[in-house]
Write a protein of this length. Structure first.
Length: 145
C-alpha cells in the first residue's frame, strides 16, 4: 500500500485540485438541492433532518468525489467538448452509485434501489451539473495546486 510519501506529487496535487473542484461543483449542486428541499434527506445519512447538516454531509461527499476525480482526471483529455462529456458521464456514474444504490440502502429504503421517478431524474440533472462543473474547475486548478 502506498503511503503519502510514496505517492507521486502529481497525484497529490491532482487530489487537492479534485477536492477544491468537487467543493465548487458541490456548492452549485447543494444550492439546487436546497431549492428542492432535498437536504434534509441527505442529513438522514447521519440520523438528522437538518438542512444545514444535510448541506455539510453533501459537501463532504462532494469533496470525496472530487478527490476521486483528481486521481483520474489528469489522465483524461483536458479540452473542448471532451471535458463536458467527461463531466456529464462522471456525474451520471455517481448518480447511479450514490442516488440509485448507496443512498436508498443507507436510508433503509432498499425497495428504492434503481427506482427512477421524478425525484431521481432531478437528482440526475444535479449530478450531471456537479460533474461538469467539477471537471471544468479541475483543469485550471490542477495547474495551480
Amino acid at each position: 500500500m502506498a503511503t503519502l510519501a510514496t505517492v507521486k506529487p502529481t497525484t497529490v496535487s491532482g487530489v487537492k485540485a479534485g477536492i477544491v473542484a468537487g467543493l465548487g461543483g458541490g456548492m452549485v449542486f447543494g444550492m439546487l438541492m436546497a431549492m428542492m428541499n432535498m437536504l434534509p434527506m441527505v442529513a438522514g445519512l447521519v440520523k438528522s433532518d437538518s438542512p444545514v447538516v444535510g448541506f455539510l454531509v453533501h459537501m463532504g461527499i462532494s469533496a470525496f468525489i472530487g478527490a476521486v476525480y483528481g486521481v483520474i482526471g489528469s489522465r483524461l483529455p483536458a479540452r473542448g467538448l471532451a471535458l463536458i462529456v467527461i463531466g456529464a458521464v462522471y456525474g451520471m456514474v455517481w448518480w447511479v452509485l450514490g442516488a440509485l444504490i448507496a443512498m436508498p440502502l443507507m436510508l433503509g429504503m432498499s425497495q428504492m434501489v434503481f427506482v427512477i421517478e421524478q425525484a431521481q431524474i432531478m437528482s440526475l440533472m444535479g449530478h450531471v451539473i456537479y460533474g461538469v462543473i467539477t471537471v471544468l474547475l479541475f483543469v485550471p486548478l490542477s495547474k495551480r495546486l
